[in-house]
Write a protein that binds this ligand. Sequence first.
Ligand SMILES: NC(=O)c1ccc[n+]([C@@H]2O[C@H](COP(=O)([O-])OP(=O)(O)OC[C@H]3O[C@@H](n4cnc5c(N)ncnc54)[C@H](OP(=O)(O)O)[C@@H]3O)[C@@H](O)[C@H]2O)c1
Length: 259
Amino acid sequence: MPLTRSLGTRALITGASAGIGREFAWQLAEAGLDLVLVARDKQRLDALAEELHEAHDVAVEVLPADLLTTPGIKAVEARVAASVNRIDVLVNNAGFGLRKPFDENDVDDELGMLRILVEVPLRLTHAALSHLLPAGEGVIINIASVAGFTPRGTYSAAKAWLLSFSRWANLVYKPRGVTVTAVAPGFVRTEFHQRLGGPLEHRIPDPLWLAAPDVVRVALRDARRGKAVTIPSLRYKAIVVAAKLVPDALAERLGRIGR
Ligand SMILES: NC(=O)c1ccc[n+]([C@@H]2O[C@H](COP(=O)([O-])OP(=O)(O)OC[C@H]3O[C@@H](n4cnc5c(N)ncnc54)[C@H](OP(=O)(O)O)[C@@H]3O)[C@@H](O)[C@H]2O)c1
């Protein structure tokens, strides 16, 4: 396999209506890929599809789906596995966090978060491999988080799963033509922290914020290179190295400033 490769012809992005997913849509459209956009908010997806088509003359399908429901997951799995207008790039991005600590959350909310952060990428990766492996090419990008490198609750545990899964899957499937890249950003200015609610984001110092366009540029560069894990920005690379050196108890206390 060459050191860098072209990305493909058609990408499906979950969580494309906002934040990091929306930025993936813009950068992949700019690279000339057709797109399938997945999220719950159909109006936002329709408006984005029109803008992308006008700006970059790519074909954009809108697939509104609630990934917390079985029909929603099934519809997206079916689209990923479809042999007509085949997807050759899958971006597993949709996600959210929970504001309260584990013991104070309703267990069903915890399971919903686990579903969107773990079950959905697992199912969609499985569906994608069903045709990417026989074709001998494809790109899967999983949006994890630097939180996955430290003990910081169930969100961080789910992202740790995605990091581990991607490292393993890239080892096994890259020689067969399908790369799997986990992206581990720090804090990114999106709707994520507003959706968590409350003043959490004001507690995060300015230099720790990343911009979604920078995160996505690094993610696409390293996916082209077939890297298993990419951590956008030197700041966060250094933080991850440091986090591996400090005791778990200290990492957990520092991690309480946010996700
Ligand atoms: N922002 C950060 O600081 C940060 C840092 C590290 C990792 N991440 C990860 O990056 C990914 C994207 O987050 P973001 O920061 O871009 O957040 P965001 O701006 O809140 O966007 C989240 C996206 O997920 C979609 N989504 C949420 N629930 C969904 C559901 N039930 N079904 C289908 N789609 C759903 C939302 O669309 P609808 O509401 O229209 O459904 C939206 O498009 C997440 O996996 C997050 O864990 C974020």
